[in-house]
Design a protein around this ligand. Structure first.
Ligand code: SF4
Length: 348
């Protein structure tokens, strides 16, 4: 993303860190507010445009920090308006970011890692393995890029979902630092309830998140209805088994008083069966949760099929009859490989 490796990207700094750095340069602390406003509200990608700063300060900032826009390796626009960007990072790792417009919101789907080490057996992101965590600046640059794109469409960015490539809680510190900037009034000022963190189910990090006192939405990738079915699709289940994960989610809800969303992939004959609905209802009984049912988006390396529409509707109805609220996600951007990791994988 950045072109000059000798300089740190200013977007890696929290508001407090930037304030301290400016004060150590002999500047007034309100300069941090001005710089944050330029970057996060006005979309500045150069210090030169910050005209309410003195020339001397702008030169000083340029000497010390980088503020380059991300390099876009490709852009694909779906018939439904979903737009997928492949970002080319400084070390030429590629990450995907998706703009998802719907009638009443504009969402950016963000990646937090280059690749993924969890290897879920339905997901293109895990196919090439994991390379590294993204920096705070690389996370924020994705959002800032999509924010500008949304502005051009006159549909302002309203929601942020961490559901791109990578396991978000695996890069916990960078993720939380980015979220504080997204949420803060000096930064992007997007409400915590409009920010969703998805996780594959890293139990210790779910416990840690419960202590953060920030009202973000938590989405847990369940994708199985017991240990046996989850083991088939998610190697992480060996480390954090299904029943322990459900208990950790119950504890999270009790601690935060917040609802959890369970992401659940619908694969014909595997996860979309009557047995699965019965088991899920048994395990999730009485929980403050909802299910997000995701039709499998075919990836050629895996031998799965999506269910038929009537199979999916029957599954949803079966859950409903057992007291589980579920919504069926409308596939977005299928014509542009919008399933997680497909574009990045295709670029390798
Ligand atoms: S679903 Fe998430 S955790 Fe699993 S391989 Fe894909 S990116 Fe990684």
């Amino acid at each position: 993303m950045t072109k000059n490796t000798s300089k740190q990207d200013v977007r890696n700094l929290s508001y407090e860190e930037l304030t301290q750095r400016l004060e150590s340069m002999g500047e007034k602390s309100f300069r941090a507010q001005q710089i944050f406003e330029w970057i996060y509200q006005k979309g500045a990608v150069s210090f030169d445009v910050m005209t309410n700063l003195s020339n001397r300060l702008r030169e000083g900032l340029k000497q010390e920090w980088d503020l380059s826009p991300p390099m876009i390796a490709s852009k694909q626009v779906s018939k439904d308006g979903a737009t997928k960007f492949l970002l080319d990072l400084e070390d030429h790792e590629k990450v995907e970011t998706v703009l998802i417009p719907t009638a009443n919101r504009t969402t950016v789907c963000v990646s937090t890692q280059a690749g993924c080490k969890f290897g879920c057996r339905f997901c293109a992101s895990g196919l090439g393995g994991w390379t590294r965590n993204l920096t705070v600046a690389e996370i924020l640059a994705q959002i800032l890029h999509v924010k500008e794109e949304a502005k051009k469409r006159k549909k302002p960015l309203s929601h942020v979902v961490f559901m791109g490539t990578g396991e978000n809680l695996d890069t916990y510190e960078n993720l939380m630092k980015a979220i504080r900037i997204i949420n803060s009034k000096e930064g992007l000022h997007i409400g915590a309830r409009r920010i969703t963190i998805s996780t594959v189910g890293i139990i210790p990090k779910i416990k840690r998140l419960a202590q953060e006192r920030i009202q973000v939405e938590l989405a847990v990738s369940l994708h199985g209805y017991n240990d046996e079915s989850r083991n088939k699709l998610m190697p992480v289940n060996k480390r954090y088994p299904f029943t322990d994960l459900i208990q950790a989610c119950r504890d999270y809800i009790e601690e935060t008083n917040r609802q959890i969303t369970f992401e659940y992939i619908l694969i014909q004959g595997l996860t979309c069966t009557e047995e699965a609905a019965q088991e899920l209802a048994k395990h999730l009984k009485g929980m403050l949760c909802k299910m997000n049912l995701i039709p499998y988006n075919p990836v050629s390396e895996f031998d799965h099929n999506p269910p038929t529409e009537s199979e999916m509707l029957a599954f949803k109805e079966s859950l409903f009859q057992r007291g589980i609220h579920a919504t069926l996600r409308t596939p977005r951007g299928q014509d542009v490989s919008a399933a997680c990791g497909q574009l990045r994988h295709a670029s390798k």
